[in-house]
Write a protein that binds this ligand. Structure first.
Ligand SMILES: [Zn+2]
Length: 341
């Protein structure tokens, strides 16, 4: 029985952002928690550097060169809250490389599930613009790699970081090969991701933004997963499921006002595991945000307990809340095959 994998690299700790909330201690907190539980039986794998070819399938070479030069001249910054030092470039190459290696391990059948736990995070990095603590969009690079190197035609990226994943949204806006689904607090940084943004061109309908307001919690998120995301995924039939796994929607997180708990994250993961089983699709999580160290570590472990379990948890009856009903009704315009709710 292949084991789940945990991708990491010490370079993540050298991306020194000082007293910034997106800091090396985040990785240390996660790893201390997992070490206490014998890594939940996961096999630990060192993240390689992403290759230039794989990286430039999402980020133009000119942008990559700009990041390399900015880091080499560091310390410096891309914007008011995205800082780099010299070692940040190596960290960013490994963060993208870990997500790509995770995809390779999943699609070769060497692991059914896994987590790429590196930093800097990625989902705010647009193809030609780093921002919001992110340099390269790790999950987008990994999804594109699944298409280019493995010949996949349908990849689901589920982004439950509390902030909208504007980078991934931008990378696949006009593509039907990646179904991008984002649950995020609204209004909140970066200000993108209204429900009306459904993609463009051939990608219309394949960008699904599910904004929620401050105070939303486990019940609403579970309802959106069960009654909106799950039927959508069953209609799309992804060959790979990637989670942009941020944990800043936790109720203790200092950067946002969503009220998820550890068991809420476990429940979301449970829905994804049942989808993976039904679709015979492997599941890879890529770390994004999460800034309360205790909440981050506990929530990551809660997700991984579900991802590493031999079987998905049994389905539970999740009430359909009004916000999920209206989101499902909106989706029906582009997905007429979805069951009426
Ligand atoms: Zn975030």
């Amino acid at each position: 029985m292949p084991r789940s994998v945990y991708l990491s690299h010490p370079a993540s700790l050298e991306h020194d952002t000082g007293s910034h909330p997106e800091r090396a201690a985040r990785i240390v907190a996660i790893e201390q928690e997992l070490a206490r539980h014998d890594w939940l039986g996961m096999e630990r794998v060192e993240a390689p550097r992403v290759s230039a070819e794989t990286l430039t399938a999402v980020h133009p070479a000119r942008y990559v060169r700009g990041i390399e030069e900015l880091c080499a001249a560091g310390p410096g910054s891309i914007d008011a809250d995205t800082f780099v030092v010299e070692a940040s470039y190596e960290a960013a190459l490994r963060a993208a490389g870990g997500a790509v290696r995770l995809v390779d391990l999943l699609l070769s059948g060497e692991a059914p599930t896994g987590l790429s736990a590196l930093r800097p995070p990625g989902h705010h990095a647009e193809p030609s613009r780093g921002m919001g603590f992110c340099l390269f969009d790790n999950v987008a690079v990994a999804a594109q790699h699944a298409l280019d190197a493995h010949g996949l035609e349908r990849v689901l990226v589920l982004d439950w970081d509390v902030h909208h994943g504007n980078g991934t949204n931008a990378a696949f806006h006009a593509s039907s090969n990646v179904l991008f689904v984002s649950l995020h607090e609204w209004p909140l940084y970066p200000g993108t991701g209204p429900a009306s943004d459904v993609g463009s061109g051939a990608g219309v309908g394949y960008t699904v933004n599910l904004p929620v307001t401050a105070g939303a919690g486990d019940a609403l998120y579970a309802s959106l997963l069960e009654h909106v995301v799950a039927p959508l995924a069953l209609a799309y039939r992804p060959q790979l499921i990637l989670i942009s796994a941020g944990f800043d929607a936790h109720r203790d997180d200092p950067l946002a006002d969503i009220e998820l708990t550890e068991s809420g994250f476990a429940a979301l993961t449970g829905t994804v595991r049942r989808l993976g089983a039904e679709l015979e699709a492997p599941i890879g999580a890529v770390l994004e945000g999460g800034y309360d160290l205790r909440a981050l570590a506990a929530s990551t472990a809660a997700m991984l307990r579900v991802l590493t379990a031999p079987d998905p948890p049994a389905a539970i009856d999740v009430p359909l809340v009004p916000e999920a009903r209206s989101a499902a009704a909106r989706l029906a315009e582009h997905w007429p095959a979805l069951p009426a709710v």
